[in-house]
Design a protein. Sequence first.
Lengths: 99, 99
Amino acid sequence: IQQLLSEPSPKAPKARPYRVSNADRSVRKGIVAHSLKDLLHKVRDTLMLADKPFSLVLEEDGTVVETEDYFQALAEDTVFIVLQKGQKWQYSSKQGYQL
Amino acid sequence: IQQLLSEPSPKAPKARPYRVSNADRSVRKGIVAHSLKDLLHKVRDTLMLADKPFSLVLEEDGTVVETEDYFQALAEDTVFIVLQKGQKWQYSSKQGYQL
């Protein structure tokens, strides 16, 4: 047991950096988290969401991230958008092809 | 038996991340699954399809994915569309080339 406590299991998720924007992308913050639960908690504090419900979606295509295993499969520095009630994911006007 | 339990078979499919949208692409969720059967099961729960029949098709061109071996040949983060009775795959209006 001593061994198990002093050496983290290889399965224990490592803390990794992520980026989180609000729905209109006017604010983007860097946050380190070791789990989806941890990230949700830190997003709530960092973006001052008080106790309002919100979802995290991928900035690139609006995919909702709501399971720990999907979260762990994401790359470092994945960019999330926070969506609160009534907010919808939209393509960034800064992406895409402009001629 | 101990051996079998502690070392997963090299043939056991690894859990991989996928993305699944409903037919009108208004919702997209990230789901980790190790098999087509597992994904179908999780899609039913995640998109709240109750016991209605549905198919999974590739978002890019509507290819129906109904065999385990074809599923295993797909890349990580493949995007699927759920089609229920009467629904048809359509090109996304957000894709394609706009000039």
